[in-house]
Design a protein around this ligand. Structure first.
Ligand SMILES: Cc1cc2nc3c(=O)[nH]c(=O)nc-3n(C[C@H](O)[C@H](O)[C@H](O)COP(=O)(O)OP(=O)(O)OC[C@H]3O[C@@H](n4cnc5c(N)ncnc54)[C@H](O)[C@@H]3O)c2cc1C
Length: 494
């Protein structure tokens, strides 16, 4: 959408193919289902097929990557972007304007510095960063309106791209075949195609078209898949004073900073010295149970997914799979339900920490094609998400530093626990990155620094699948900045 909104300002003709209708639709959403709904990474609940995409259900947090994230860090194999953060700053600011966060890069940095003074972070190995907020529902409405009013943009809904047909030399897209679920098939011919179907689907469509075999980008399409492991820790024990207001979100949000809140992060120098990946964390105010380990257990996650759908009056695809997961975990879910009821009667004043860990890039962490097919005959995705040891080690170190700092200042200490070497149970962050990674050298990346497929002259990729590294920041501000940069680039070559 961001690429189309930018090109709407030009006189180029733009056609946007969108798989979804305006709102959620069960049959369309089922196209996102994984190869095996009972096992592995859940590709169904972690994204959305409707106009506006996953943005329509997201958490509303905007964060930029830090300078170190763009550099080659010798202790993280395969790290480094083809450009530095400075290159992206003007596009970060244009993305902030588009999404109305109310900040610019320098004002966000200034507020983060001001927040940092609330905690004595000096010498702790930690620093403060800023999360900006904006209202996605209003924005989707405004963007849809803007596209509808643009004479040079046509949006086709329920139009599912099926892949690419290339010229005999295999270096130009000639047509993009697309189909509706009702069985109608069409072809789109354009000078340039931008693939922007989300971090998993970008790789799935390239792999599914069968054209990007080993002689082209084959071995790299789908490889280096990253997500952010999230760890929920808490509640803080034995506090003698409350955590600073501007670092706390949720319950206090309405009374305090509406547009932004603080995040604790590793200091860059500390990361270099200790050779770790980045981690960030924010405080969450709420009922005690939400911070516990069992809240994030398999059964409770499925129960929450079901209840989210019920609240939105949706019958999810594979409702049976979710129900079965809940049924298999009845003791945990029943116990969790009781605790939630008890918690409701108590003041919602427990403070926990939600940590986001940088997922580092490894070639064996991959999106592959499974054996089963969706309603359009396309092979479903299998996501084999792997987390290397450095990610676990960094998360554990981060919790130690944070807990020491909080305890020293009287905010309480974090409970310690360990799950497979992590400081708590991990959940995916629903940030699908890396599977069509950016690198100047076609041997190491699928797209070049302009997001053009190395092997194909008129095929570009937008979205977090181009990220070579993930940082410990929510991805969408960077996705939008790259999209705006891509739209600028397309104007120079169209
Ligand atoms: C619950 C949740 C909370 C989140 N919270 C945050 C947050 O707070 N901050 C943040 O930065 N990120 C957050 N994210 C991640 C964020 O939503 C995604 O990074 C972002 O939406 C990705 O944008 P995208 O346009 O690349 O992909 P998407 O938003 O997934 O959009 C892809 C679009 O392509 C369409 N499409 C797919 N396949 C086809 C096809 N074959 N043909 C035609 N169209 C197709 C889809 O219908 C969709 O409209 C969250 C994600 C989830 C699930």
């Amino acid at each position: 959408m961001a690429v189309a909104l930018e090109l709407a300002k030009t006189d180029h003709t733009v056609v946007l193919l969108e798989s979804g209708p305006r709102t959620w639709d069960r049959a369309t959403q089922a196209l996102n289902a994984p190869d095996d709904i009972r096992r592995g990474y859940n590709t169904l609940e972690t994204r959305r097929r409707s106009l506006g995409g996953t943005f329509t259900i997201w958490g509303g947090r905007w964060m930029s990557l830090g300078s170190l994230d763009f550099l080659n860090r010798p202790w993280i194999p395969n790290s480094g972007w083809p450009f530095d953060r400075e290159t992206l700053v003007p596009f970060y600011d244009r993305a902030r304007q588009l999404f109305d966060t109310g900040f610019e890069d320098h004002s966000a940095a200034a507020l983060a510095n001001a927040l940092a003074r609330q905690l004595p972070l000096e010498g702790s190995g930690l620093t403060a960063r800023l999360v900006e907020r904006s209202n996605s529902a209003e924005l989707i409405e405004a963007f849809t309106q803007r596209l509808a009013e643009s004479p040079n943009v046509t949006v086709y809904l329920k139009a599912n791209a099926l892949g690419f047909e290339l010229n005999p030399r295999g270096d130009r897209v000639v047509t993009v075949p697309f189909a509706t679920l009702a069985g109608k098939r069409f072809e789109l011919r354009s000078k340039v195609t931008v693939l922007a179907t989300g971090g998993i689907e970008n790789a799935r469509l390239l792999l599914g078209s069968g054209l990007f075999g080993p002689s082209q980008d084959g071995p790299l399409v789908g490889a280096f898949f990253m997500d952010h492991p999230y760890v929920e820790i808490g509640p803080l024990r034995n506090p003698v004073r409350p955590t600073p207001d501007d670092f706390t979100v949720d319950g206090r949000e309405e009374r305090h900073l509406l547009k932004a809140h603080g995040m604790i992060a590793f200091q860059e120098d500390y990361l270099r010295q200790e050779q770790l990946v980045d981690c960030t964390a924010h405080f969450r105010l709420g009922p005690r149970f939400r911070h516990s380990d069992s809240y994030n257990s398999e059964g409770m996650v499925a129960a929450r997914e079901l209840s989210r759908h019920v609240r939105r009056r949706e019958v999810p695809p594979y409702v049976g799979g979710l129900t079965w997961t809940v049924a298999r975990n009845i003791p945990t879910v029943a116990g969790g339900g009781m605790r939630a009821v008890v918690d409701r009667a108590r003041p919602r004043d427990a403070v926990g920490v939600r940590m986001m860990v940088e997922g580092s890039p490894v070639i064996s962490s991959r999106i592959l094609l499974g054996k089963t097919r969706d309603a359009l005959g396309m092979r479903r995705a299998v996501v084999d998400w792997q987390q290397p040891e450095i990610d676990r080690r960094s998360a554990t170190r981060f919790v130690e530093l944070l807990s020491d700092l909080l305890e020293r200042e009287g905010y309480g200490h974090l409970p310690s626990s360990s799950h497979d070497g992590w400081p708590g149970r991990i959940l995916p962050g629903y940030h699908h990155m890396g599977a069509t990674r950016m690198h100047e050298d076609p041997r190491h990346g699928v797209v070049d620094a302009n997001a053009k497929m190395h092997a194909v002259d008129n095929l570009y990729v937008a979205g977090s699948s181009v990220f070579p590294t993930s940082g410990a920041a929510n991805p969408t501000l960077t996705i939008a900045a790259l999209a705006i940069r891509l739209a600028d680039h397309l104007q120079t070559c169209l």
